[in-house]
Unconditional design. Structure first.
Length: 169
């Protein structure tokens, strides 16, 4: 019987110089940790660039919305008047097929959100061949913050049509 116990123990014995069997420890190796950190860093960098693009897009959208509001207000103000009332205003004058003159009337500049300067102009012209139809055009121009004078401005243009009232004389 002692021989059986000895043989059983011999099957588990090692040769001299053999390393003991390694036990698998719970946890991560250093290489696994570095790979996980690299993947996480790449993912976070992608999210950060996405956040930057979305923030810039939101700012441009807000600026465009403000420009549309300004142009819409100009069109609504003039659209509520008759053509003769508009022509009677000192700032405008008679409307013909070429408009009010060599340049559109400058409505004044407005400082908007993010300290952007919105340049407002309005023009009116008779429709060629139909002098009873007058087009009122409101335009708002601006440049994004940090843009140089060489960069093209952003432009919003809105138009409305008015009928010239018939002379009853």
């Amino acid at each position: 019987m002692a021989q059986a116990v000895l043989n059983a123990g011999a099957s588990q014995s090692r040769a001299p110089g053999d390393a003991p069997p390694r036990r698998r420890e719970a946890g991560m190796t250093l290489v696994e940790l570095l790979v996980a950190l690299t993947v996480a860093t790449i993912g976070l960098a992608g999210l950060l660039s996405l956040y930057t693009v979305i923030t810039r897009g939101n700012a441009v959208s807000a600026d465009t919305s403000q420009a549309i509001d300004l142009a819409s207000q100009m069109v609504e103000d003039l659209g509520a008047m008759s053509v003769s009332q508009i022509e009677a205003l000192d700032a405008y004058g008679p409307i013909d097929a070429t408009g009010w003159g060599p340049t559109p009337y400058h409505q004044g500049d407005i400082r908007g959100r993010r300290d952007i300067l919105f340049e407002r102009t309005v023009d009116a012209r008779e429709v060629f061949g139909t002098p009873s139809l007058v087009i009122i055009e409101a335009e708002v121009r601006w440049r994004d913050p940090g843009a140089s004078d060489d960069d093209r401005p952003r432009i919003i243009t809105l138009e409305t049509a008015l009928l010239r009232e018939e002379d009853s004389s």
